[in-house]
Design a protein. Structure first.
Length: 385
């Protein structure tokens, strides 16, 4: 097919993961790991692509705000109402803009769009950004002086996105937070907050950034004192806390108003690498990357009666129902001859684990071709103005 566009690609990482502001990405790109780099693959093929750092411990809303500023350029604005509600700084970093003319008309009168690709928690990050672009935020509009309101919260921008592709997206939440329990999660969040403060101003914060500066918990430039009150505030949050937003309850609550838009193409990829075990639950197969197997066992067996067998099969971390497509939104099985906008085109289930979409256990050639296939497909699709 003849290419209809050459819109830039923005690749969005998930929980615990990193982007181009973290030095670990120079050694081990999140999208590629030790098997190359999806960004390099795309740029070598003539596409524009980037992998921003949006916060490995940040919630959907905050990540979407960072993503908007990174792409468009300007200072991150988390929203006056939002930042006051959840007790953190309103403003973050300032970016020059990956696509400064994003959303503007070119010399032919056509809108400059982008393509979004989100892995894991990057999936709902992408859909949250789309939701804010399209709908804005009524709370922010009501609680902020119009002259002080970020353009992100004004809405009316669904046409700024050409396509959204999710890779093992945590759309409907995963069961692992329920299976681990609130006490374990609170301990983990305390550890994150403590480590963020202890590592602030050190080389570690530059290699693997916590990106919790707005909460006063991290900094790449100065050392911060250990402050239990700041950590407790972070732990006590429900919304604006990635631990809860990864859960089924949290994910479905935070995305309850999300919908698809007729001017955007949606694609969902998901994998499975668990098999039924002797107890009737699911365990990681011999093909699963070894570090994934303990999580696959927990997700596939713990609290099985409460959660239900339908949720036991996973890619090691993300349950199949979580990744297939967002509940309540229209979808169809992918058909190369019948790709529709305004509906999730769900790809066939793949024999992959969660890190396969990061390049782990994939050949360099297969991983490169995977992203080139995505790029070639969406740049062939008719542009909806």
């Amino acid at each position: 097919m003849r290419k209809t566009n050459n819109y830039p690609f923005v690749l969005v990482h998930g929980f615990l993961c990193w982007g181009n502001e973290d030095r670990i990405n120079d050694i081990c790109p999140l999208f590629g790991m030790w098997n190359g780099s999806a960004k390099t693959t795309l740029t070598d093929a003539g596409y524009t692509a980037d992998t921003p750092s949006v916060g490995m411990f940040s919630g959907m809303w905050d990540r979407a705000c960072v993503l908007y500023a990174y792409i468009k350029g300007g200072t991150v604005d988390y929203g006056k109402v939002h930042s006051e509600k959840f007790g953190h700084d309103r403003f973050g970093k300032t970016y020059p803009g990956m696509v400064p003319n994003w959303g503007e008309l070119d010399e032919e009168g056509k809108i400059q769009k982008i393509n979004l690709i989100g892995h894991s928690f990057g999936g709902p990050t992408v859909t949250t950004l789309i939701h804010l672009l399209a709908e804005g935020s009524a709370e922010e509009r009501e609680g902020t002086d119009p002259d002080d309101l970020s353009d992100l919260f004004k809405g009316g921008k669904s046409k700024w996105v050409h396509s959204a592709t999710t890779l093992a997206g945590t759309h409907n939440g995963v069961t692992l937070p329920e299976q681990l329990g609130s006490t374990t999660l609170n301990i983990a969040e305390w550890a994150v907050g403590g480590l963020a403060l202890l590592c602030s101003g050190t080389w570690i914060s530059k290699v693997y950034g916590f990106h919790l500066d707005r909460f006063g918990l991290s900094s790449q430039t100065k050392h911060l004192s250990l402050d239990p009150a700041l950590i407790q505030h972070f732990v006590n949050l429900k919304e604006d806390n990635i631990g809860w937003e990864l859960s089924r309850e949290g994910a479905q609550y935070c995305t309850r108003d999300h919908k698809v838009y007729d001017d955007i193409y949606y694609f969902s990829y998901y994998g499975i690498r668990t098999e039924e075990n002797k107890k009737g639950g699911q365990s990681g197969s011999k093909d699963m990357w070894l570090p994934m197997r303990p999580f696959a066992y927990m997700s596939g067996n713990w609290k099985r009666r409460e959660i239900g067998d339908d949720w036991m099969a996973t890619d090691g971390l993300v349950n199949i129902p979580a990744a297939h497509h967002p509940f309540g939104q229209p979808w169809q099985d992918f058909d190369a001859d019948d790709i529709k906008a305004g509906i999730w085109n769900v790809m066939p289930q793949e024999w992959k684990d969660h890190t396969s979409y990061m390049g782990v256990l994939e050949t360099k050639e297969d991983y490169a071709n995977f992203f080139l296939e995505i790029a070639d497909r969406v740049t062939d699709l008719p542009v909806i103005e």
